[in-house]
Ligand binder design. Structure first.
Ligand code: FMN
Length: 273
């Protein structure tokens, strides 16, 4: 049986989980193709789902949904009635309604969604001074990922013929969520910038940027295109690309969400069936 894993990962968390999922599917006797769809060019290739019995989509959570560019890309796919599963990584501050909203898109694109899961991961804003889940995902999360694959295998093969059950909805419309996504970006993060530091012009940031927003020459990202995924800051080998200092907003965020650094760490990765 053939399985295709497609994942978007700007700072490596979703990629780490995808790797564990890949190995576990293989252990269960599946033939697996894994593809990183983070770079823009890799989402421009046409994908033929015909050879696969199951497809797995992995994504980070950006403002409580899959990143905008990924949602846009999902809307271009033709699922041909294939079974699929989803998984998300998130930085400890809430993952809903990512499951619900992504499933709605996948259903519209003619996929049958059979399962989902979410995994804790270091928050991308740690690169700018936050301190959320610095050591996640860890073995704890990888064990949940393996259990998720075992259950998903049964749904892909039809041994368990059920599909994904009810998911937590949201009272907000897509328009309201879109607004929150851009507002949050404008308030908390600024554009990744080189602040005039010397650069070896390796162009890694430009090549990796999932939206084509980064310009290595000027060392700045395009305001309209950047989704603040921080992939460029993460990947820069010289560490000359930086995000603004968000240390102050870290304690504000904890207060606003009524959580502590300790209580965030107590959360567990979850499977949805
Ligand atoms: C723009 C942006 C928005 C985010 N929004 C959320 C959020 O709403 N809730 C949350 O828990 N984590 C949030 N995160 C953290 C990421 O979901 C988390 O770090 C994720 O594991 C990153 O995955 P990656 O390393 O595969 O890119 C956000 C990160 C970014 C960059």
């Amino acid at each position: 049986m053939n399985v295709l894993i497609l994942y978007f990962s700007a700072t490596g968390n979703t990629a780490k989980i995808a790797k564990v999922i890949n190995e576990k599917f293989k252990e269960e006797g599946f033939k697996v193709t894994m593809s990183d769809i983070t770079p823009l060019g890799d989402r421009q290739r046409k994908i033929n789902f015909e050879p696969y019995q199951g497809v797995v989509f992995g994504a980070p959570t950006h403002a409580r949904r899959a990143p905008r560019v990924l949602r846009d890309w999902l809307r271009t796919l033709d699922g041909k009635g294939k079974k699929c599963s989803m998984f998300f990584t998130y930085g400890g501050f809430g993952v809903h309604p990512a499951h619900y909203s992504t499933r709605e898109i996948l259903k519209e694109q003619n996929f049958i969604v059979v399962s989902s899961a979410d995994f804790l991961g270091s928050h991308t804003f740690n690169l700018g001074g936050w301190r959320a889940l610095e050591d996640r995902p860890s073995e704890l999360d990888f064990e949940v990922a393996k259990d998720y694959v075992e259950l998903t295998c049964k749904r892909f093969t039809g041994e368990d013929d059920r599909i994904l059950g009810e998911l937590e909805k949201t009272e907000y419309t897509e328009e309201q969520l879109n607004f929150a996504e851009t507002l949050r970006f404008k308030k908390v993060t600024q554009l990744p910038t080189r602040y005039g530091e010397e650069c070896i012009m390796c162009l890694d940031c430009e090549n990796f940027c999932p939206t084509g927003a980064m310009d290595a020459e000027s060392g700045e990202a395009d305001k309209e295109k950047c989704i603040a995924c921080l992939g460029c800051v993460y990947i820069c080998p010289e560490k000359v690309l930086k995000i603004n200092d968000m240390s102050k907003s870290w304690s504000q965020k904890l207060d606003k969400e009524k959580v502590t650094e300790e209580s965030i760490k107590e959360q567990k990765s979850k499977i949805y069936f």
